[in-house]
Design a protein around this ligand. Structure first.
Ligand SMILES: *[C@@H]1O[C@H](CO)[C@@H](O)[C@H](O)[C@H]1NC(C)=O
Ligand SMILES: *[C@@H]1O[C@H](CO)[C@@H](O)[C@H](O)[C@H]1NC(C)=O
Length: 849
């Protein structure tokens, strides 16, 4: 139930509406299913979208009559298309009445070229266009089409280079997607030494949304922009788990073929399907991207209902590894019965492409279309390309995975070619071999890749031109780039502070170093809005937690900058310390000390770890509170954590608790205005209602969240649990009802019952209650909370030592140290004593009795 929205999320829009309303609204809001909050627009069922292409040239070459296909499209006869055609040779038309294994009438005629011949079209609307070329080497006594060898080029792009059927009798449709930006568009057929031919030509406008400008990259995880400048050739278009889809059933006349023959192990895959009209298209999706037929069928894991399914379903696709590739994956959750029940991983070429994909959250609904694009560097390509889906380890829902469609496109190389390494004029890159041409082409696109392997350098040895290497990405972290205007505008006056302290930012790691340290990002130990956290080892074995920013979440860059800036200023025993970072190749990676015992929450519920004793819980809370108290008061302007929760309190080997995740931190109140106003961030169940109403952030918001943490510690249940009856969903509300009735013990974690000094519990619960006061001004400071918890600990220590005394029937000194009168009135924050050494509270207690 965690939300960490970024940018101006839909949540924000809702909040503005709510901000002036009564507090009651806050609770109602919390009870709504999360999806309602995250999806602002109701998905319109726009499945019946029709697309009318402005440019629509269809030619049945060599045919004496026009030809109408079953999908309703009519192709012009050769003579009607003569106005588009120019050539020095005579027209040679060949045709046959019928042919074996030929399904389309378009293949029954062809036009043969004995010298370079050109088709030219007037382009009414610049933008994406489909170019489809149909070939079939039909029998002809004068010309051996099956042996013809030829090239096909446009004015700028090589479509086919020295192509031949090699005497093989088969049909071939080559499909390209090209962004045309001129009024005239030509296709030239160039015989190599003899003849060229073509059976049919399509030049048809495609909708703008078909190819967005950006896609994700995986090596490294980043964003690629500039797709609109590339040309594409369709390599695969698979209707996963379903039948052949012909142009008749696709608004854009595409063909989708079944995926079965590409499955590595068919036994591992099950197909599922729903009625076609069930599929919805949320905002940003469209049947123009893929028709309902594609999303209405899918492959899921076979035997997924076995106790612990642990395998991937794998597709192997042959690709030409000298070209960059665009992979488009289509998903719709047609499997689940409930929202947020299916989380799975998607891998491409053995690397995580999407970790813990939750279609419910990205689409807001079941059976709702979603697609994602990835761009692959040729130099990282594998043949066959592997696409895999598998279960997500941390999943709380069903262990399964789903995919509905796969498309693979080749991207032109730097010579402007989609076939071979020659440009349209037949020039090759100077002496370049096949491999290097593609690699160089990619390097030009992704400046960041140059010399990736050679970058095992530390901060001091950073390459001089590292800034340029990084400069392709819009969300690049301009950490040391003091002159970037982006930073200047974003951080205003804080700019200089941010940049001047470069040496205080901890150690700089190269990407290669961290890939090594994490064994190629092998083990994920945590997942958050920012990205995954991996375990790694540096400097011969020091364990570290490596948090790798995921550019798929827009929020990344701000959080990263904030976090690195914050953490580098802070050192405290109860704050997880930052060891260093990596911004190479526009990665956003933070390296932290490793907290071996994980989040406090895991020790409270859900993970079947041995329950913590009350004393251990108190110590954890006290540690976390010390960390927070330091954040609020230990730095000059004060820092508000903004996301206090049990998953952000981490425990080390000795169960020492430390506050983690400052990604949402904001500097605290300044002198001008005593609050920070920002987009509401934080996690449901922990959010301060006042912050929600006023959108004013104070350190008392952290105090509220900490109050919820305290209740979690008492009750060992999540802050929000939508599965419970309505009145129990929200822990803060529910626990406070019992507290007010004086019956809190009814909901105390059964593991604690009988092992807690009731006075200690009472003190602790009272402090929690104060933290949860409606108005920030009525809540205690973290210092006060800390003091009360230490008091509670002393009460507990005292009673257990008493018990010990009774049990052992000895008169050994109490575990707690002797009271000191001096500490009695001092607030905890000014005491330098450690929490076990006894202090004021003990004194107060004994006096009280
Ligand atoms: C699934 O595939 C990925 C990438 O190839 C691999 O790392 C992972 O271990 C596989 N999972 C299982 C359960 O085999
Ligand atoms: C593809 O061609 C365009 C020019 O048409 C060029 O700008 C682009 O860089 C090429 N793509 C690659 C990967 O080299």
């Amino acid at each position: 139930m965690e939300i960490i929205p970024g940018g101006p999320p839909p949540l924000m829009i809702k909040l503005n509406l709510f901000s002036s309303m009564a507090p009651a609204f806050f609770l109602i809001l919390l009870l709504l299913p999360l999806n309602l909050l995250l999806v602002s627009a109701t998905p319109a069922n726009n499945a019946l979208v029709v697309f009318s292409p402005q440019d629509n040239y269809l030619i049945d070459c060599g045919s004496s009559t026009a030809t109408t296909l079953p999908d309703g499209r009519t192709f012009l006869s050769d003579s009607d298309a003569a106005k588009f055609y120019s050539s020095n040779n005579e027209d040679i038309l060949v045709n046959v009445p019928s042919a074996e294994n030929v399904t389309s009438p378009l293949f029954l005629s062809a036009k043969v070229f004995t010298s370079e011949s050109t088709y030219s079209f007037h382009i009414a609307r610049v933008g994406w266009h489909w170019i489809r070329l149909h070939f079939y080497p039909l029998d002809n006594k004068d010309h051996n089409l099956a042996a013809a060898r030829f090239s096909v080029v446009t004015d700028t792009i090589v479509l086919l280079h020295d192509f031949t059927f090699n005497s093989e009798k088969s049909t071939l449709i080559r499909e390209y997607i090209i962004n045309l930006d001129t009024e005239r568009f030509s296709i030239k057929f160039r015989p190599k030494d003899g003849i060229a031919f073509v059976n049919a030509i399509e030049v048809v406008s495609a909708p703008d949304i078909l190819i967005p400008d950006t896609a994700s990259t995986l090596f490294p995880i980043s964003e690629f922009s500039g797709l609109s400048e590339q040309s594409f050739q369709t390599v695969y278009r698979l209707n996963v788990g379903g039948p052949l889809i012909t142009p008749q059933n696709d608004t854009l006349d595409r063909t989708w073929v079944p995926d079965t023959e590409f499955l590595e192990t068919k036994e591992m895959a099950n197909t599922v399907n729903v009625a076609t009209n069930v599929i919805k298209y949320p905002q940003g999706e469209s049947p123009l991207i893929a028709p309902q037929y594609v999303y209405a069928t899918a492959v899921v894991m076979a035997n997924a209902n076995m106790a612990n399914p642990n395998f991937n379903v794998t597709w192997n696709l042959n690709v030409d590894t000298s070209f960059d590739v665009l992979v488009r994956l289509h998903f719709a959750d047609i499997l689940s019965k409930a929202l947020n029940d299916l989380y799975f991983n998607v891998y491409i070429n053995g690397r995580v492409a999407i970790s813990g994909l939750d279609l419910s959250t990205v689409t807001g609904d079941l059976a709702s279309a979603y697609y994602k694009d990835f761009v692959f560097n040729a130099s990282m390509a594998m043949n066959p390309m592997k696409i895999q889906i598998g279960p997500f380890d941390q999943s709380t829902g069903q262990k399964n995975a789903i995919i509905n469609g796969i498309e693979v496109f080749k991207i032109n190389n730097s010579m402007g070619s989609l076939d071979g390494e020659f440009d349209v004029n037949g020039r090759s890159m100077n002496g370049g071999s096949k491999g290097t041409v593609a690699a160089v082409g990619f390097a030009m696109m992704f400046g960041a890749f140059v010399g990736l392997g050679a970058m095992a350098v530390k901060w001091q040895k950073r390459p001089h031109d590292w800034q340029k290497r990084n400069s392709f990405s819009s969300w690049l972290l301009p950490l040391h780039a003091g002159d970037t205007s982006f930073m200047a505008s974003k951080y205003g006056s804080r700019k200089s502070q941010f940049f001047s302290s470069t040496n205080g930012l901890g150690r700089w790691f190269s990407f290669a170093e961290l890939s090594d340290a994490t064994k190629n990002w092998e083990t994920v130990i945590g997942v958050g809005g920012f990205g995954n956290v991996y375990i790694g080892a540096i400097d011969e074995g020091t364990q570290v937690a490596v948090k790798r920013g995921n550019p798929q979440s827009e929020q990344g860059i701000n959080e990263f900058q904030t976090e690195i800036q914050m953490l580098s200023k802070l050192r405290h025993r109860h704050l997880v310390s930052l060891i260093g970072y990596c911004d190479e190749n526009s990665e956003m990676i933070l390296v932290y000390e490793f907290m071996s015992k994980g989040p406090l929450r895991d020790h409270l519920y859900g993970k079947n770890l041995p329950p913590l004793s009350w004393k251990q819980r108190l110590e954890c809370c006290i540690g976390a509170a010390r960390g927070l108290h330091y954040l609020h008061t230990g730095t000059q302007q004060g820092i508000i954590h903004r996301d206090v929760k049990t998953t952000n309190i981490l425990l080390d080997d000795n169960l020492v608790a430390k506050m983690a995740d400052f990604g949402l931190s904001k500097d605290g109140p300044t002198t001008d205005n005593n609050y920070v106003s920002t987009a509401v961030k934080g996690s449901f169940g922990y959010l301060d209602p006042e912050y929600f109403r006023k959108q004013q952030l104070t350190d008392k918001s952290d105090v509220y969240s900490f109050g919820v943490v305290m209740l979690e510690v008492i009750c060992a249940r999540p802050a929000l649990n939508p599965q419970l009856p309505r009145e129990q969903v929200n822990l803060a509300e529910w626990a406070m009802q019992w507290k007010r009735k004086g019956m809190l013990e009814k909901i105390v974690d059964p593991n604690l019952q009988g092992n807690v000094n009731p006075e200690s519990m009472k003190k602790f619960a009272e402090a929690a209650e104060k933290c949860l006061e409606e108005y920030g001004v009525d809540r205690p400071t973290m210092g006060d909370v800390l003091w009360n918890m230490e008091y509670a600990l002393q009460l507990q220590d005292q009673s257990s030592s008493k018990e010990d005394d009774e049990n052992k029937e000895t008169s050994a000194p109490a575990a707690a140290a002797p009271p000191t009168a001096e500490g009695a009135t001092k607030p905890a924050e000014t005491q330098a004593v450690d929490e076990h050494s006894g202090s004021a509270v003990f004194n107060q207690l004994t006096d009280g009795r």
